[in-house]
Every structure is written in structure tokens, then in C-alpha cells.
Design a protein around this ligand. Sequence first.
Ligand code: CMP
Length: 139
Amino acid sequence: MSERTFSIIKPDATERNLTGQINAMIEGAGLRIVGQRRIHMTRAEAEKFYEVHAARPFYGELVEFMTRSPVVVQVLEGDNAVARYREVMGATNPAQADEGTIRKAFALSVGENCVHGSDSVENAGIEIAQFFTAEQIPG
Ligand code: CMP
């Protein structure tokens, strides 16, 4: 079934001019980029986005990292988009990511891992709503 997921191309990837290569892998996996904006996340936006991780020891480092350079926020659409994008991203830790995944190809570490993708359809809706209005996602 066609659904949407939320993606972020993170600072470590935009700093290395990897946006185009990552988008090619996303599109090559059959996902359509239906919304896309390049933004410099504010500290407040990053803290809110990652508030479920607020108690984790890496939270401060994560917020620092996500606000270090611009990111590309995206809405991806396709059959089983949430699961499909997680397959294309590969494991959170690039050392455990499969060949052919974005993180295997480009990620530097568990923190600087190039991309974020929603973990459920419900969270995708919440995450998309934080960064996009309906008008910014033309059908
Ligand atoms: P993401 O999918 O964006 O959601 C939470 C992020 O926390 C995750 O990707 C990782 O980049 C980051 N993260 C997870 N574990 C660690 C860790 N041990 N140290 C630093 N960052 C981490």
C-alpha cells in the first residue's frame, strides 16, 4: 500500500555533498521524493524532533550534530515507504549495515549516519507535520 515516510539527509552528508547520491539511491529503490526542503535546524527544532531520546546519554551530542550544518528534510512516498526506506538506509550503526545501503556506502559512525527515516507510519505523520505544511507536499 502506498504510504509516506519522513527522511532527513543529515549534516555529515550535506557537508560532503552527498545529497544527490543519496537521492539517487532513494529513487532507485522506488521511492518518490514528494517534498524536499534544505533547512538549518534550530536547536529548538532538533530538541523537539529528538525529544523521545532526551534521557539518552547521546542526546546533547545528537542535538549539536543535527544543528551543525544544513539538512535536507524530505517526504518520501511509495509502497510500504516506511519499511522500504529503512531497508535502503541500512542499520543505524554503519558497521552493521548491509551492502547496497546508504549507511554502508556513506555513514561515518552511529551518530554521523547520513540519514534519518521514520520508524512507523504514525511517527511519519508526526515528523512530516513538524517540518512540512500540506501545501509543500503537492500530490
Ligand atoms: P535517527 O534515526 O536519526 O534517530 C536517533 C539517532 O540517534 C540515530 O538516528 C543515531 O544517529 C543517533 N544515535 C543512536 N545511537 C547513538 C549513539 N550511541 N551515539 C550517538 N548517536 C546515536
